[in-house]
Design a protein around this ligand. Structure first.
Ligand SMILES: C[S@@+](CC[C@H](N)C(=O)[O-])C[C@H]1O[C@@H](n2cnc3c(N)ncnc32)[C@H](O)[C@@H]1O
Ligand code: SF4
Length: 432
């Protein structure tokens, strides 16, 4: 079995490869008549699950060498955030949303996640317009969680307050490390002091926020990780996401791999993270996420519980359920191509109905990341399948000590979370 290297969810905007993906033809996906989604089919879903919306803002000041998300430097020499085509991009996102409305008609939106890229490059006025456009077209739940991803390198005093006034309820701050040498090796545009200043401002402005850290960094020791944890916990964040640095294909690090800590050190680091977050009152509710009571991320929880999401913006992914089918969509990745196509009413580059045979794996890929796992009724409600479709995988996983279950619930054991990729792969469909 292999050590876990779970990629952050980044709200469905990511996935490997820079620029245009091979499937990104200029023609895009065939335009479907909205009626098509409601036609009879083999699947039977009693009701659609909760709906979230993800918005992807694809630009960064500088591409980090480890990053395979759909993020792009804006290249013009001497360009500043003021040169971002904010309004043109938001026009495209609005057109994209309008075109998508028939697929989510009448449904309440429970969470919104504005991810990237670096959404905090966008001005508060632009975020205000974006949320205004969404409020005018979607039915938002009164307690709708609205998260915005922020990079400490784009932090200015008062900016976070202005995001809050625009309606953002939760900030997710990408810190990665508090060690200036590690930050440099990771190609980050901020230093330790900026990270601390941004987090202090987030804490004083928002009722809840997240701090992203990475571990098993080039040259990092267990003591180094301890120092990062001490600094992170001293800021009393309500939520921390901690990711094992992964070397993704098509990144700078894949071409020029840095020396990384051995696997047994990485294991010890993960144990230390779980121990120390727990000692400071946080619990590990997902493989990479730790929260105080009442501060779990509702948006990510909806992904992990196989809820629905409409993803708009460059490269965003959607998963939408209808009475007789579950559909996945991907938008054009490359920002310019996305803007052109979205404004012409054709933002979607790929659209596929999920095959019945793939549903058990798709469900388990998400639900097994959660410490609480899933309930048996949840599995049937969200996939339309009987529990027998995962019986064989469950028996094998139980025999290997990777899951436990009772009459109502199935959950991964500690060992299951440590070997999550192996556990998930037990639910892959049989080869034809
Ligand atoms: C898409 S990034 C967005 C946040 C923001 N752009 C930033 O970097 O500050 C979300 C998080 O994914 C994590 N991440 C990105 N690439 C990763 C990789 N190769 N390995 C592990 N974690 C990664 C980082 O912790 C990052 O904060
Ligand atoms: S700032 Fe975030 S999204 Fe942008 S390149 Fe770095 S890790 Fe990727």
């Amino acid at each position: 079995m292999s050590i876990i290297r779970i990629h952050p969810v980044n709200a469905a905007g990511g996935e490997s490869g820079e620029g245009t993906s091979p499937s990104e033809s200029l023609a895009g996906a065939p335009l479907r008549d909205p009626q098509w989604y409601h036609r009879p089919g083999t699947l039977r879903l009693p009701a659609p699950p909760p709906l979230s919306v993800y918005v992807h803002l694809p630009w960064c000041l500088k591409k980090c060498p480890y990053c395979d998300f759909n993020s792009h430097e804006f290249h013009t020499a001497g360009a500043t955030p003021k040169d971002l085509p904010e309004q043109r991009y938001l026009d495209a996102v609005r057109a994209d949303l309008e075109r998508s409305l028939p697929l989510v008609w009448g449904r309440t939106v429970h969470t919104i996640f504005i991810g990237g890229g670096t959404p905090s490059l966008f001005s508060p006025q632009a975020i205000d317009r974006l949320l205004g456009d969404m409020r005018a077209r979607l039915k938002l739940a009164p307690d709708c969680e609205i998260t915005l991803e922020a990079n400490p390198g784009t932090f200015e005093r008062n900016r976070f307050r202005a995001y809050r006034s625009a309606g953002v309820t939760r900030l997710s701050v990408g810190v990665q490390s508090f060690n200036d040498e590690h930050l440099k090796a990771l190609g980050r545009v901020h230093d330790r002091a900026q990270a601390i200043a941004a987090l202090e401002e987030a804490a004083s402005t928002f009722d809840t926020f997240n701090l992203d850290l990475m571990y098993a960094l080039p040259g990092q020791t267990l003591e180094g990780l301890d120092a990062d944890l001490s600094q992170a916990l001293a800021l009393a964040p309500p939520h921390i996401s901690v990711y094992h640095l992964t070397i993704e294909p098509n990144t700078w690090f894949a071409k020029f791999p840095p020396a990384l800590p051995e696997d047994d050190i990485a294991y010890a680091m993960l144990d230390r993270i779980t121990e120390r977050t727990s000692a400071s009152g946080m619990s590990r509710y997902e493989v990479s996420a730790y929260a105080r009571e009442g501060h779990r991320c509702a948006h990510n929880l909806n992904y992990w519980q196989f809820g629905d999401y409409l993803g708009i913006g460059a490269g965003a992914h959607s998963k939408l359920s209808f009475a007789h089918r579950i559909v996945r969509q991907v938008r054009f990745r490359e920002p310019r191509l996305y803007m052109e196509n979205a404004r012409a009413g054709a933002a979607v580059s790929q659209s596929d109905e999920v095959a019945l045979a793939d549903l058990p794996f798709e469900f388990m890929l998400n639900a097994l990341r959660l410490k609480q796992g899933f309930t048996l009724p949840q599995f049937s409600e969200r996939t339309g399948l009987a529990m027998t479709s995962i019986q064989r995988g469950l028996e094998e996983a139980e025999r290997k000590g990777l899951v436990a279950r009772d009459l109502f619930r199935v959950w991964p054991t500690e060992r299951g979370l440590d070997f999550l990729s192996d556990l998930q792969s037990m639910f892959l469909p049989d080869e034809e």
